[in-house]
Design a protein. Structure first.
Length: 201
């Protein structure tokens, strides 16, 4: 009895191994597709090229030094492959460089905030800037919107939807009760609908 069970178990393992082996074989006899697959899987340069472009050169916003460096690297790389390439002028861009950004909440308590500059943000010439923080209101018409806009000088305007929690969704789903997750998701949907109405207005 024990021997027959062992034989059956070995047969099941062999069956799955055979299926796994078949799944790893190439399923097309088309020589072009096979050549493309072989090029991508066996001689791919994606990792090496991406390291230079994304890590060494970094962000490549038009009008920045990163963009210029990326173009020069690309032209030189194509040239090393024997592919003729040249830089084309496709617009006139004002220069912009991302500088350091540091944002602190100072009332009702002190806390350093995570912050990122939006592209083309104006600088402060190295000066610390303080201001009241305001949220987009719901406005009934163009007159109310115009009245609100006249109050914004010197203030920071929050333009993203407030999140009901700072916990990532995956962490909530892993650690919280299903009812808690659904309650937070329902609140997020309410906030998203409210924010959409504000921004449309």
């Amino acid at each position: 009895m024990m021997r027959s069970r062992l034989t059956a178990a070995l047969a099941v393992i062999a069956l799955f191994a055979a299926r796994s082996t078949r799944a790893q074989t190439f399923r097309s006899d088309d020589p072009v597709i096979r050549a493309m697959w072989s090029e991508g899987m066996e001689r791919s340069q994606v990792e090496r090229l991406a390291q230079v472009l994304m890590d060494s050169i970094g962000p490549r916003l038009s009008g920045t030094q990163g963009f210029t460096s990326a173009v020069e690297w690309l032209v030189a790389t194509y040239g090393s492959w024997g592919v003729p390439a040249r830089r084309e002028q496709y617009g006139t861009w004002r220069s912009w460089r991302q500088g350091p950004a540091h944002v602190d909440l100072i009332a009702p308590r002190v806390r350093t905030l995570d912050a990122r500059l939006l592209a083309w943000s104006a600088g402060t010439q190295g000066r610390a800037v303080e201001g009241e923080v305001v949220v987009l209101p719901r406005v009934a018409d163009e007159a109310e919107a115009a009245a609100f806009l006249r109050t914004l000088r010197g203030k920071f305007v929050l333009i993203s939807m407030p999140e009901p929690t700072c916990r990532p969704t995956q962490e909530l789903e892993r650690l919280a009760r299903p009812a808690t997750v659904e309650r937070i998701q329902a609140r997020r949907r309410e906030l998203a609908a409210d924010w959409a109405a504000r921004t449309r207005a």
